[in-house]
Design a binder for this molecule. Sequence first.
Ligand code: F3S
Length: 427
Amino acid sequence: MKLTLEEQKILNGEKGETLAKIMRTVVEFGDIFGAEKLVEITHDAHLVTSFGIGLIKPLFRIMDEIIGAGIKSKVKFTVDPRPIDYKNVKCGPLNKLIFSKIMYSQQKRYEEQLRKIGLRGKDDFTCTCYLDEVKNTPKMGDILCWAESSAVVYANSVLGARCNRNSGMLDIFSAILGKVPYFGLLTDEGRKADWVIEVKTTKLPEAQVLGSAIGLKVMEDVPYVVGLDKFLGNKLDHNAKDYLKDFGAATASNGAVGLYHINGLTPEAVKYGKEELVKDNAKVYVIDDAELERVKNSYPILWKKSEKKAQLAFIGCPHLSYTQLENWANDIINELQKNGLKKVQVRTILTTSPHVKAKFEKTKLYNSLIKTGARVSSICPLMYTNNPIAGKRRIATSSNKLRTYSSSRYYTNAEMLELVCSKGGAK
Ligand code: F3S
C-alpha cells in the first residue's frame, strides 16, 4: 500500500509505539485485500463490540494501552446495544449470576474505556445508530469505518455512504487513525452488482424472508433488486426505510451482503440506473411466492420441545424505529382487544435504541403498551441468548439475524402478533 509521509512516520513509530501498532494492523489488513492507499473517514464511527465479555482479555488490555498512551479517536463513535437490561428483560438469580459475574463481568470497565477513547454520548448503544433520533446518520458518499453488519449494509445501500464490512477492533483502530484502507465497497467498481434479483411475488414479501433468500443465494456479492419498487414505491419514506432496514439485516446475516441496490429506490440505483450498476456477466435469481415459502420452510426448528409454545418473544433486531415501535404497540393493543384479552400471552420484549425508547416513554401509547405486560428494552437479544441458560428457553423472534445466530425460532410479523396476542398462538 502506498502511504503518505505522515502515515509512514506513524508506522515508523514517530508518534509512539501504540499508534504504530494500530497503523500496522490497519495497513496489513488493507494489504490483504489489495488496498492501494488509506483514505480519510468523513463521518462518525460505529463499533460492533458493545459487550464486556470477560473472556476477551486482549481487547481490554489493548484499550488500556490506548488510553495509557493518551490516544483518542479522530472521529467520535456510537456502539452496538448493551447486553443486559434486568429491569425490562427479567432474569432469575442464576441467569443474573451468569450474566453479571461470568459473561459480561467487564461491562462497566469496558464502557468506561469506550468513554475515554471517544464514545459520543452515554446512551449511544444501538445497532440503528443511523436513525434520526440517534443522529449518527452519514450522507451519500461519506467514508465510514463501521463494523455492525446490519448498520453497514444500511449505510451503504439506503444512505449511499461507503463502508466495508469491517471486523471489531478494525473499526476502533480506523476511528483512531481517522483513515480506512481503500478497497471493496469504497470503490466505484466494488459497488457494482454481481446479481440481478427479480422479485416476482404477488404481494410485498416479508422483509426478513426476502433478505434471507437473497443473502443465502448471493453470500457476499452485491445484488441489484428489480420488482420491489412496485410494492415499496419510489420514495425513501419511513415505511421504505424501515422495510429496507430489516431486509438488509437479513441479507447481511443469512449471507454476508454489505451493499444492495433497489431499482428505482435506493440512491445509487436512482442516480446511476441498472445499466451502469450491474456487471455484464451478472447472474440472475428469480424470487416468487413459492421460492420464499421454500426458503422459510428450510429454517430448522432448534427448540427442544418444538410442539410447545414460546416462553419469550423478542421483536426488534435490528432495533425498531420509532414508527415500527408505535405500529407494534398499536397492533398488540388492538389484537388483544379483538381477542378479548388484556395481557400478552408470551413474555414480550420490544427492542429499540435508548433514544427512541426515551421518546416513546413520554407517550400515552407507551403506558397502554406496558399495561399489556409487554416491555420495551434497548438490549441486544442476541447477547441475551448467548447465556447458556437463557438461550435454552423457547425464544420466538421476527428477526432472521437472531434466528441465524441462536436457537430462536423465526415467525413472520403476522405470526408473531398472533403468538403474542392469542391464547392458542402460533405454535
Ligand atoms: Fe442489533 Fe443485536 Fe440484532 S446488534 S441487529 S439487536 S443481534
